[in-house]
Design a protein around this ligand. Structure first.
Ligand code: PEP
Ligand code: MG
Length: 325
């Protein structure tokens, strides 16, 4: 089996009935790029930049960040690289950035909320990204977007930094797509409005499930509520994908669910365009998708959307997974 998968390293990801999707990698540092390429990644779907900020005692400088982003972009050649701006707070803390204790850190001051307040930190990161943008195919996405105003503010700051760099005579790419992570139910529900303004969506199911089910993703006692196959989650995913397609935009997924063998038939059927997962899952997923007909998976997804429990959804999916093993 491993040998069969290895043959797919340089191949596109195409369903049995000829529909192409993109299988890309989640990375945390520039060191992860070589493994992503060895495992056949068609791009990077999530570069979690918070790792550049962790394990040190001060903020990374613009120069340090520029080097990291440039390295990733250059090594990925012209493949798409989706960089997520700083997602700190919640469970992720920085020793040199003291934040007040919160009763509910996952519902608190994190990610884009923090960046729109500490615009000094945000602007430095955006400048580094803009400067690196000429070295490859950069796309930027903002984490934990809950309202359109947050996206508009983040975009405004991005455009201001771009303008400044251009005035300074520094080259920046003119074609950087700006997207958002869909991790908060309000954003999934309002995806039709967001889709008019963003260039793409990337669904962060780790958080989207946590917030939809109101179940802390770190709390073992409520882990039974962590239900990717809950029809409510599938419906939210469908709303987001459909909304993006209506506006000629694309939707990816970068939560764990995207690499989950049981989820892939459903996600293909729901019309997901890009699946971002750990590098080691890519070849297996590509070989699996090759055996699936998108038209059949659309029927499967339509059925799943009408179910009421995860057990019923799993029953549908298990048949598909078993027959393809
Ligand atoms: C997610 O929430 O699904 C996601 C990809 O972000 P993270 O796991 O880094 O919170
Ligand atoms: Mg998240």
């Amino acid at each position: 089996q491993l040998e069969e998968w290895a043959k797919l390293v340089d191949k596109p990801s195409i369903s049995k009935d000829g529909v192409r999707v993109e299988l890309v990698a989640n990375i945390g540092t520039p060191n992860d790029v070589s493994s992503a390429l060895e495992h056949g990644a068609e791009g990077v779907g999530l570069f979690r930049t918070e790792f550049l900020y962790m394990g040190r005692d001060e903020l990374p400088t613009e120069e340090e960040q520029f080097e990291a982003y440039r390295t990733v972009l250059e090594e990925m050649k012209n493949r798409p690289v989706v960089v997520r701006t700083l997602d700190i707070g919640g469970d992720k803390k920085l020793p040199y950035l003291p934040l007040p204790e919160e009763m509910n850190p996952f519902l608190g001051f994190r990610a884009i909320r923090l960046c729109l307040d500490r615009t000094d930190i945000f602007r430095t990161q955006l400048r580094a990204l803009l400067r690196a943008s000429v070295y490859g195919n950069l796309k930027i996405m903002f984490p934990m977007i809950a309202t359109l105003d947050e996206f508009r503010n983040a975009k405004k700051i991005f455009l201001e930094e771009k303008e400044k760099l251009v005035k300074e005579g520094i080259k920046v790419s003119r074609t950087i797509e700006l997207g958002i992570m869909v991790e908060i139910p309000s954003t999934a529900v309002l995806a039709d409005q967001f889709a008019k303004e963003v260039d793409f969506f990337s669904i962060g199911t780790n958080d989207l499930i946590q917030y939809t089910m109101a179940a802390d993703r770190m709390n073992e006692r409520v882990s039974y509520l962590y239900q990717p196959y809950n029809p409510s989650i599938l419906r939210l995913i469908k709303m987001v994908i459909d909304a993006s397609h209506k506006q000629g935009k694309w939707t990816g997924m970068c939560g764990e669910m995207a690499g989950d063998e049981n989820a892939i038939p459903l996600l293909l059927g729901l019309g997901l365009d890009e699946f971002s997962m750990s590098a080691t899952s890519i070849l297996k997923a590509r070989s699996f998708i090759k055996e699936l007909s998108k038209a059949d998976m659309e029927k499967l997804a339509a059925e799943a959307l009408q179910k009421s429990t995860i057990e019923e959804v799993m029953e549908l999916v298990q048949e598909i997974v078993k027959t393809n093993q």
